[in-house]
Design a protein around this ligand. Structure first.
Ligand code: SAM
Length: 292
């Protein structure tokens, strides 16, 4: 069978299997072989690698991955695409299909079972309606991944790389920067997809750190502070932390931590760097312990 990833072949597969494209699953299929080559190259896949692909769709990217990797595990939510994938991937013996929601799959167990717990590489043209929950889960659960190379909406890639002060900076930026080195490796226009999305896209590669770039006593507290700060991002940090449900800090504790960091008590969370959030977390964590 001719490879997918060109418009005529994609249309032929859609017609042969009477596929209804599901908007609710964020289905925009890649129809440009150069983009598919670029993504698989950027993911630096080698023969010994086990790759987890999220949302194989019709199997276009899966075919490119299967040619480079030792093994590909592809997790697709849309049951109707299973027979299509069986067909388009029939020549590849190193591909395993799982019909499930990636947010519900026990990924730690999957990596244990399929790759003996050794780190796998994640590659995906992500469904845009759930990009952030997927990326946050992959990062925060500290799953054994060595890299995550994903197509996302251009603005999401910008948020992942944003620094303090701008409107793009937020909890996603800080989570990405805590766990990984992020690089945009390709920009992809709407005409590379069928149907065309209403947005520009970027491919971003996250290379996971063995050790985070800042050290912090209590990671959970760090991310609770970050989430609380950006839930009310226009407020001063003192107020957003004081008002946050589940956080035990009074205004005085936050004020004195900020002052001891040499930061204005009127600062907003969006002005703090990752290192400053880590410092604040350690100071507030120590303050609670001193009270106990
Ligand atoms: N990889 C294909 C390609 O590049 O042509 C399809 C990419 S399309 C943007 C996103 C794919 O993710 C669709 O096939 C969609 O059905 C699937 N998907 C959406 N939500 C999902 C979820 N929660 N878990 C697994 N797959 C999902």
């Amino acid at each position: 069978m001719e490879k997918l990833g060109i418009p005529s072949q994609t249309i032929a597969v859609l017609q042969k299997h009477h596929v209804t494209i599901q908007k609710k699953f964020g289905q925009n299929f890649l129809i440009d072989s150069r983009v598919l080559e670029k993504i698989t190259e950027a993911a630096q896949i080698e023969k010994q690698d086990c790759v987890v692909e999220i949302g194989p769709g019709l199997g276009a990217m899966t075919q490119y991955l299967a040619e480079r990797a030792g093994r590909v595990i592809a997790v697709e939510i849309d049951r109707a695409l299973m027979p299509v994938l069986e067909d388009t991937l029939s020549e590849y013996e190193n591909v395993e299909l799982i019909n499930d929601d990636i947010l519900k799959v026990d990924l730690r167990r999957l990596v244990e079972e399929k790759n003996g717990g050794r780190p796998v590489k994640v590659v995906a043209n992500l469904p845009y309606y759930i990009t952030t929950p997927i990326v946050m889960r992959l990062l925060e659960e500290r799953l054994p991944f060595s890299s995550i190379t994903v197509m996302v909406q251009k603005e999401v890639a910008q948020r992942m790389q944003a620094g303090p002060g701008g409107k793009d900076y937020g909890a996603l930026s800080l989570a990405v920067q805590y766990y990984a080195r992020a690089e945009v490796v390709a920009k992809v226009p709407p005409n590379c997809f069928l149907p065309r999305p209403g947005v520009e896209s970027s491919v971003i590669r996250l290379t996971l750190y063995e050790e985070p770039p800042v050290s912090v006593q209590d990671e959970e507290l760090l991310f609770s502070l970050i989430r609380a700060s950006f839930n009310q991002r226009r407020k001063m940090l003192i107020n957003s932390l004081h008002n946050a449900p589940g956080l035990p800090f009074d205004k005085e504790a936050v004020r004195s931590a900020l002052l001891s960091m040499g930061v204005s008590e009127n600062v907003r969370g969006e002005a703090l760097t990752l290192a400053q959030f880590a410092q604040l977390s350690d100071l507030l964590g120590a303050a609670i312990q001193a009270e106990e």
